[in-house]
Structure formats: C-alpha cells, structure tokens
Design a protein around this ligand. Structure first.
Ligand code: ADP
Ligand code: ZN
Length: 210
C-alpha cells in the first residue's frame, strides 16, 4: 500500500475497507483551534460514505448539550455521553466502522487501551482533545494518545492579542483546578509570546520547554 501522510486531509482514509486494519487519528490543539469542527467534518464525511459512526464525549462536558458534541462555531453532531473510557468499549456496536471521541483530555488513561483495542478490531478511531492544560502542561491522556496514533493533526487558533497562530488556552478567570469547563468567557487563544501562565501555575515548565 502506498504510504501517505494525513495532515488534516483524510481523503484517502475512508476508501479503505473495514476488513483492513484499523487506526487511530488524533486531533490536538488549544481551545478554539477547531478540533471539534475537524472531528465533526470527518464524521460527516464518513456518514456520507455510509459508514457506521458512533460518537462519545465525557460527562463533564455538558456545556451546550447532553447528546451532541458542539463546536464554538455551533457545528453539532449527535453523541453518547460516558463516564469512563471503558464504557465506550462496552457501547461500541458490532457493525460500527468509525468511533469519534471529543474532549479526550477529560477521560481516564484507559482511553489509550480502549482506542488501541478498537483500532485492532479494524475500526477507525478519531479522538479530539486539548493537548495542554491552562498552565501549558501536557494534558493526560492526550500525550499517550499522540504517541500511539497513526495520524496526528495539530490545530491552531488565532492569538487574540497579536494574530499569530495560537497554541495555548489562556484562562482569563481567577479559578484554580485543571478542569474548569467553560466557553469563550473563561479562556482565550494565545500564542507562545502572549500566553501568561496562571499566577499560581509552575511557569518554569514553559520556560524549560524548547
Ligand atoms: P475547539 O474544539 O478546538 O475548542 P471548535 O471547533 O469548538 O474548537 O471551534 C472553532 C471555532 O472557534 C472557530 O471556527 C471560530 O468560529 C471560533 N473561534 C473563537 N475564537 C477563536 C480564535 N481566537 N481563533 C480561531 N477561532 C476562534
Ligand atoms: Zn500572540
């Protein structure tokens, strides 16, 4: 089979038959970078090609809808809600070809094993998620998923301060804790230069990177 690189373009992927080995695709980036839009785009195309699609999101992400994944630009796709990665495995049906998972960073580490098991069964697994938390630290289990994925797409937002590609999610409210689910009023997209780690965050980590 010819080798190809999927860089946000999955033209080739859906033509492969289910009997071929499955694989894992990860869409990772900051908030507002279009992860959910890209996930929904891929899922819609698979459905047009009459593939059977199942979508899951973690229960923590109930901002806009309980039974849909919703992008900041109001794109939406129906989804199931699960509490753990193991529930995904239990709910995937025999005939399913494609499994989409949004907000991968809110799942437990078992998501890595679940994704591997589904891919081994021959399914196409597409996982979108934040690769860093609001302090700039890698957000588990996304780093592990990036390591095992066949295809990785890094998405970028636009820095609201300077217009450069944004790789960071700046928390703009004074709340602690890694998980503060919020929309545009709690976070904004920033580039490396404009990103200011939260006052109580270990800024050293950012300084040490690169
Ligand atoms: P993510 O899943 O990565 O958080 P979404 O797919 O939900 O991203 O939303 C992407 C949309 O967010 C863009 O199409 C745009 O409408 C909106 N948006 C808001 N702020 C920004 C920004 N700073 N840069 C780019 N898009 C932004
Ligand atoms: Zn900037």
């Amino acid at each position: 089979m010819d080798e190809f690189i999927a860089q946000g373009n999955d033209e080739h992927l859906s033509i492969l038959h289910r009997t071929t080995p499955g694989w894992i695709e990860v869409i990772a980036g900051s908030m507002f970078s279009g992860k959910s839009e890209e996930l929904i785009r891929r899922l819609r195309r698979a459905k047009i090609a009459r593939q059977r699609v199942q979508v899951f999101k973690p229960v923590v992400d109930n901002r806009y809808s309980l039974d849909h994944i919703v992008s900041h630009s109001e794109m939406r796709h129906e989804s199931g809600v699960v509490e753990t990665a193991a529930e995904i495995l239990a709910q995937v049906e025999e005939a399913t070809d494609v499994v989409g998972i949004d907000e991968g960073q809110f799942f437990d580490n078992e998501l890595v094993s679940v994704a591997n098991q589904l891919a081994r069964r021959g399914l196409r697994v597409i996982i979108a998620g934040l690769d860093q938390d609001y302090t700039g630290r890698p957000f588990e289990p996304m780093p592990q998923l990036l390591a095992v994925a066949e295809y990785i797409t890094k998405t970028h937002a636009i820095c609201v301060r300077c217009g450069q590609p944004a790789n960071y999610s700046q928390r703009i409210v004074n709340v602690e804790g890694q998980v503060v689910v919020g929309a545009g009023d709690s976070y904004e997209a920033r580039c490396r230069r404009c990103f200011v780690p939260h006052a109580d965050a270990p800024t050293q980590y950012i300084d040490n990177v690169g």
